[in-house]
Write a new protein. Structure first.
Length: 226
């Protein structure tokens, strides 16, 4: 007969393993759903699509996330934390250097997205495609607000100190325009392919970032009163 003490010990040892397995399953579901949502739309991707891709049961998706909307929210939040930490670290480094300019501020904010998009990580690439879609859809505005506004407002506040001659509304509109340009560029928009009859590709980001940075900087500077 197994003693109560031994049985209790076995249960305690099994608990961390069970939690680890649960975490692995959760991450597997998120990774599969991220690829699907990034390359398709929220409404066209079904829970069955996700379970088939992740190799899990519908019951496990329901256990970890309850609803498709909750799963979607978890996907948005997971990589947002990484982007926010990177942006904040670069902002802190700029402040430490004592050489904060409008250009360096824009660079610290925008470049992290391009670094991830140009990586070989298909999860990041799918996530940024998803982010570009969310930013232009009022349906998901609360997801963007919850995960990105706090860090964005740090950059906006610093931008105000560098461009005090621009009124608040104009500066915010200008920053919002920069966001749209950034996300459309990082999403590898194929309109460039059409306009150039295939001679240039929106999927080629090799020099797109430097052009975007120059364009965004010039745009904000153009908002200064004459």
């Amino acid at each position: 007969m197994v003693s109560k003490a031994k049985a209790g010990s076995e249960r305690n040892e099994a608990a961390p393993q069970t939690r680890a397995n649960g975490d692995q399953t959760r991450e597997k579901i998120i990774a599969a759903a991220e690829l699907l949502f990034g390359n398709h739309s929220f409404d066209t991707v079904s829970l069955r699509d996700i379970t088939n891709s992740a190799g899990v049961t519908l019951a496990l998706v329901s256990y970890h996330f309850k609803t498709k909307e909750n799963l979607f929210a978890a996907i948005v939040a997971r990589r947002a934390e990484t982007l926010n930490l990177t942006r904040r670290a670069r902002l802190a480094a700029l402040e430490e250097s004592g050489n904060v300019t409008v250009e360096s501020l824009l660079d610290a904010f925008m470049q992290p997205l391009f670094e991830q998009m140009q990586s070989n990580d298909e999860g990041w690439q799918a996530y940024l495609l998803l982010l570009a879609k969310l930013a232009t859809n009022d349906r998901w505005l609360s997801y963007i607000r919850e995960n990105y506004d706090e860090t964005a407002n740090l950059f906006i506040a610093r931008l105000r100190t560098l461009m005090p001659d621009i009124d608040e509304e104009t500066l915010l509109r200008g920053f919002a325009m920069v966001l749209v340009l950034m996300l459309q560029t990082v999403s590898k928009n194929r309109r460039l392919d059409s306009l150039s009859d295939g001679r240039f590709s929106g999927a080629d980001l090799s020099n797109a970032y430097s052009l975007l940075l120059k364009f965004a900087l010039a745009g904000l500077n153009a908002l200064r009163p004459a």
